[in-house]
Design a protein around this ligand. Structure first.
Ligand code: NZQ
Ligand code: ZN
Length: 387
């Protein structure tokens, strides 16, 4: 096991009706609040009214940044930064999915930085300060509710980049499974794939003798596989939604990477695809991940064989490690297809035009991944295999 440090300051407030605690949770941070939300789902569900009521109870002055896009844009983040400066905002409240939370984090960091917030994504500057953030999450997927990451798109430059800092962890995140009842089928599917992909990035590692981390990861995968299908059958199944929501948080809140070298190549490649084609993150991952698996599994066949047996319940008797490993990859693709995720870039209207560019961008700082180091040619092959 490698040495590691674990830091997670986010207070999770989980359960039905927990939005009622919002006012009390915001109160210590000040009364000048920027409310950040997306394209209107929170107005249709009534959550907007509940949030406004909570904020009025503590006498907050609320400014709004609405219309955060899925794959949130830098231009929109910049609008939020302007409001923060002009209105002397003290607290940023994100209400929505991962895109809204990510945009809020970028706004919170950009508001206290003199330069261009994009600098944080291209490693020209590191975050030195940020306004405090709180979140009310409405979609199980990214883990943004309990981590210090945000992913922002510069649409004009066709670039999608991440920022990360301990200063943008939410102070609190409210997770009410009922708020996810209205998530449409396709977004539920994207969320399931994203959560599973976060686990894959940390599970397929060359680090050995890590039984606790492996079983944590496998338990999250099993929970998502079971409860994902249940939530798709009945979107108002409270327990299925609750289990999915908690699994999403644990998949990317710093639990799984402790002592383990993690990969993240597939995420890097996917971000390049959505930077150019603006596809949902989960859809891109559904296409790419089984192709990444096929390309790299020989680096450690035994781990993939373990995955097949423990996660997909494949009977190992009479099978070689190689056969088992491949059966696990086939089972992963079959599950994604069964829940309705795409399997090829072609299904999303993407051809080979931009493969060189995407591979160049994905490897701009050098080879990616740690399970297998992927150079530009490897990335091109995985993308071609995904057409
Ligand atoms: O905009 P509104 O109207 O709110 O609608 C959203 C949006 O259209 C809708 N939605 C969300 N909650 C809903 C709902 N519709 C009905 N009922 C609800 N309760 O769902 C759509 C997608 O929302 P979005 O926030 O984009 O989805 P997601 O949570 O999957 O976030 C994706 C973004 O997060 C980034 C991705 O790259 C992508 O930009 N990621 C962030 C990470 C992080 N911060 O740690 C890690 C991830 O790997 C990922 O890269
Ligand atoms: Zn992801």
């Amino acid at each position: 096991m490698n040495a590691f440090e674990l830091y997670n300051p986010t207070k999770l407030v989980f359960g039905a009706g927990k939005v009622k605690q919002l006012g009390e949770l915001v109160k210590p941070y000040g009364k000048r609040v920027l409310l950040v939300y997306g394209g209107g789902s929170i107005k249709r569900s009534g959550l907007y009214d509940d949030v406004m009521f909570q904020l009025s109870e503590i006498g907050a002055t609320v400014h709004e940044l609405s219309g955060i896009e899925p794959n949130p844009r830098l231009t929109t983040v910049n609008k939020g930064i302007e409001i923060c400066r002009k209105e002397k905002i003290e607290f940023v409240l994100a209400v929505g999915g991962g895109s809204v939370l990510d945009a809020a984090k970028a706004v919170a960091a950009g508001a206290l930085y003199d330069g261009d917030v994009w600098d944080f994504t291209i490693r020209r500057a590191t975050i030195q300060a940020a306004l405090p953030i709180g979140t009310v999450l409405t979609l199980a997927a990214t883990g943004s509710e309990m981590n210090g990451n945000a992913v922002i798109s510069n649409w004009e430059a066709k670039e999608k980049r991440a920022i990360g800092s301990k200063l943008v962890y939410p102070k609190f995140s409210i997770l009410d499974p009922k708020l996810t009842y209205t998530v449409p089928r396709d977004q539920t599917v994207n969320g399931i794939v994203d959560i599973m992909s976060h686990v894959f990035e940390q599970y397929f590692t060359l680090t050995t003798d890590i039984p606790l981390q492996e079983r944590f990861a496998e338990s999250i995968l099993l929970t998502v596989i079971e409860n994902g299908e249940k939530a798709l059958e009945d979107g108002t199944d409270f327990d299925a939604r609750a289990n999915l929501l908690l699994a999403g948080t644990y998949a990317l809140n710093g639990t799984l990477p402790n002592g383990v070298s993690t990969d993240w190549a597939t995420h890097g490649i996917e971000h390049e695809v959505s930077a150019i084609y603006d596809i949902p993150h989960g859809a891109g991952l559904a296409i790419l991940f089984p192709n990444w698996m096929k390309y790299v599994y020989k680096e450690r066949v035994g781990k993939f064989a373990q995955f097949a047996v423990r996660v997909w319940g494949i009977d190992p008797s009479g099978k070689s490690e190689d056969e088992l490993a491949l059966a696990g990859i086939v089972a992963t693709r079959a599950y994604f297809t069964r829940i309705g995720a795409p399997a090829t870039l072609g299904e999303l209207g993407i051809n080979d035009d931009q493969i060189d560019r995407m591979a160049e961008e994905a490897t701009r700082f050098g080879p990616i991944g740690s399970f297998k180091h992927l150079d530009i040619e490897d990335v091109k092959t995985i993308l071609r295999n995904s057409l």
